[in-house]
Design a protein around this ligand. Sequence first.
Ligand code: SF4
Ligand code: SF4
Length: 72
Amino acid sequence: MPKGKLTFEHDLCKGCGLCVEYCPQHILYQDKKTLNDSGYNIVSVSEPDKCIGCAFCAMMCPDSVIKVEVDK
Ligand code: SF4
Ligand code: SF4
């Protein structure tokens, strides 16, 4: 199973939640305690080891916040 490594441009996030909704592993969440410069809750990963590198999150994001590197 491939593994994915995520990096976020947190300040570009507008908090739409699409990445959270479409992650098949259900490992993304909106961090209610952390706001970016625009006042939106940033997205974080609960269990990074479970990321399969599918990049659905990056594809769904309208603001190119998420970069996925795949380790095959
Ligand atoms: S790459 Fe796939 S499994 Fe990993 S966080 Fe994004 S949607 Fe979830
Ligand atoms: S899809 Fe992009 S803009 Fe929307 S919550 Fe996720 S990271 Fe933020």
